[in-house]
Design a protein. Structure first.
Lengths: 177, 495
């Protein structure tokens, strides 16, 4: 009895630790909880969008019928999560061919600030490894024209807005700026 | 440092009182008193908010404390004659639960923890904000019924403008405790129980889709708790171990589920039918009590919040509840027929899953896509389940290969409940899919945000129960083998 108990306990605990490590290291992880909330006031939370979610999960939830343009190739200046998106969208709905578009080029800082500010008004903000350096954290603003939520084939474009600021926005927002 | 004024004392007091009452009701299975107290609290809090809506002048905290005191009083009446030691233990349990909630509030405020993401959580805290002032701000369409009442109701007991800070982790803890109690009711081998549960905890707490439920503004951890408690009740009825407190516990669990949201009625339906069957040695009034506990709380909140049905208008949901109870009577009548047997009931429950899948494939061109999405969520990581599902499936197969003996009655019932519930969950989500244009009835999407993916935590108690029962058989087999070997060695050594 004691011997069986020892063997089974050893095997069970080792297996559990093995599974835990595999889950934590070898599988995708996003955000378990929002931390450091300044307030628990319901209106403020909703109004100021005080929650975190990763761009991947936001795309899955809100843009499942969309097409993704230029997330870049992972490891070559593209978002680290790019390969995960293949499972949901398939290669035909992701344009991996081009680099992330840098909207800072040829735009004055005032115009860029106004654009960023517009995106933040309706956008979800989250933090993810920077496409240009996975050791750094970058902010990603995810937003779209809400009238197009149900539109099949809506194009979401990955753009760079600043040194550590990126965006995933629908093409109508880019077109109007 | 945390300001003591930021501790929600009325709710803490109420929870402590309810824990005392729950402990007294469940003296025979004390470990369940904590999860059941959480369910009673949710039901009591929901009732208090309904009173507030009907009589805006009342103070909801006062109503809640009165209900809680009533639970304690009934507990003392129920437990008579009560030895002094039991009374002291009941008060100690109340103090521990209250202290737990205080700790959770402090930790949550210090860390600023919450999880409100996506639309559901925002809708819930929006509704709860209105309920604080006795106003139900009804969301569009059927969203109100889908998001339900129980969660925004108890969340509205937070401070002015806030939701109820720190309560969700206590619910999550209740789910873990209820799962432990379920496992402890299944196997007598303490060593195996503790090793299995510790290993399970390590696995569950490293699985993001599980740990997200610690703070997620949703009903999932509570429904997980409810399923664990219902399984304990079901297995007690199967083993004819039931006492009156088991019946009360099951009714409380069903009522709490019914308070939460409308689609729980569908999701609990297979469990309800199985309970009605396995409890057939109980008086008929007790069995129909399960149906009353399931249908009446839902009808009450839906009617008071102003939901109605076509043609029947505001009387729609009361009529629906009466209809539901009549269906219960009809089911009981059918169960008296000679063809009704354990086997038939188990096959019926499994048939819910098969039937739902057949229906989905027949009606929706997206059914296969949904199955693929579920596979991607569970096994390829996008549902944030990590390596857990793959490991559990492989472990289960390995255990079957080690011991291919006939399955026990307990295993059959648990499997039937898990299959039936899974079928009902898919059916609920399939209906959801059909009601949304452009989705072609797809019942599972890729990602953590998919409802079905998040609802899978309901099946954790059943799944781990099936595993541990298999593990116990393999353990016993190895144990017997090792004993035989020892005896054989000793015999050889003898001159």
């Amino acid at each position: 009895m004691r011997r069986t108990g020892f063997i089974v306990s050893f095997l069970a605990v080792s297996a559990a630790i093995g599974v835990a490590v595999t889950s934590l290291v070898g599988f995708p992880r996003d955000i378990v909880v929002t931390q450091n909330m300044a307030t628990f006031d319901s209106s403020t939370i909703v109004g100021q969008k005080l929650w975190n979610e990763t761009p991947v999960q936001l795309l899955y939830t809100f843009m499942r019928g969309g097409t993704l343009l230029n997330p870049g190739v992972p490891g070559e200046g593209g978002f680290e999560f790019g390969t995960r998106l293949r499972l949901a969208y398939g290669d035909e709905k992701i344009g991996f061919g081009n680099q992330i578009a840098d909207v800072r080029d040829g735009v004055t800082s005032d115009v860029l600030d106004a654009f960023r500010s517009n995106l933040r008004t309706t956008g979800y903000e989250s933090v993810t490894p920077c496409p240009h350096d996975y050791d750094l954290d970058c902010e990603v603003i995810f937003t779209w024209n809400r009238d197009r939520t149900k539109e099949v084939g809506i194009q979401m474009v990955f753009i760079r807005l600043g040194e550590r600021e990126y965006g995933v926005v629908d093409d109508s927002l880019l077109g109007t700026e | 440092m945390i300001d003591l004024q930021l501790i929600n004392w009325p709710v803490t007091l109420s929870l402590g009182l309810i824990q005392i009452g729950s402990f007294l009701f469940l003296r025979a299975s004390r470990n369940l008193a904590f999860p059941v107290a959480i369910m009673v609290f949710v039901t009591g809090a929901s009732l208090s908010v309904l009173v507030k809506i009907l009589i805006p002048a009342v103070d909801v905290n006062v109503v809640l404390v009165v209900i809680s005191a009533l639970v304690v009083f009934l507990g003392f009446v129920w437990a008579r004659p009560l030895p002094r030691k039991s009374a002291i233990l009941a008060f100690a349990a109340g103090a521990v639960t209250a202290a737990l909630f205080v700790v959770s509030q402090v930790v949550t405020r210090l860390g600023g923890y919450s999880s409100i993401g996506f639309g559901d959580g925002q809708t819930v805290i929006g509704i709860s904000e209105g309920l604080q002032v006795g106003v139900y701000d009804r969301p569009d369409g059927i969203i109100g019924l889908k998001r339900g009442f129980g969660l925004p109701a108890y969340q509205s007991l937070g401070f002015e403008g806030e939701f109820l800070v720190g309560f969700l982790p206590v619910v999550f803890l209740a789910a873990l405790v209820a799962t432990y109690v379920l496992l402890s009711s299944l196997i007598s081998n303490k060593a195996l129980l503790n090793v299995s549960y510790s290993s399970l905890l390590v696995i569950l707490l490293s699985t993001e889709s599980v740990t997200r439920h610690v703070y997620l503004m949703n009903t999932h951890s509570l429904t997980w708790t409810i399923f664990a408690v219902l399984l304990v009740g079901l297995l007690k009825f199967v083993k004819s171990e039931q006492d009156k407190s088991t019946w009360v516990m099951v009714c409380v669990a069903l009522a709490a589920g019914s308070m939460l949201r409308a689609d729980n009625l569908l999701i609990f339906a297979p469990t309800l039918v199985l309970l009605t069957w396995v409890a057939r040695s109980q008086p008929k009034s007790h069995r129909i009590g399960f149906w009353v506990a399931t249908f009446v709380p839902f009808a009450a909140w839906a009617t008071i919040l102003g939901f109605d049905l076509p043609i029947l208008g505001p009387l729609g949901f009361p009529v629906f509840a009466v209809f539901g109870i009549l269906v219960g009577l009809g089911v009981m009548w059918l169960m008296d027929k000679p063809w009704a047997s354990d086997k038939v009931m188990q096959w019926l429950a499994k048939g819910v899953l098969v039937g739902t899948l057949v229906l989905a494939f027949a009606l929706s061109p997206s059914a296969w896509t949904a199955i693929v999405n579920m596979f991607i969520n569970l096994f390829l990581g996008e549902g944030l389940w990590g390596a857990t599902p793959l490991f559990l499936v492989l472990l289960y197969v390995a255990l079957i290969l080690f011991d291919r003996g006939p399955v026990s009655q307990q295993q059959k019932w648990i499997f039937a409940l898990v299959a039936g519930t899974m079928g009902a969950m898919i059916l609920a989500k399939f209906g959801d899919g059909l009601s949304q244009p452009g989705t072609l009835g797809v019942f599972a999407r890729i990602g953590w945000g998919d409802s079905l993916n998040r609802m899978l935590v309901y099946l954790i108690p059943g799944a781990v129960a099936l595993l541990i029962l298999r593990a116990e058989r393999v353990w016993n087999r190895f144990d017997e083998k090792s004993k035989r070997q020892v005896v054989a060695n000793q015999t050889k050594k003898r001159p």
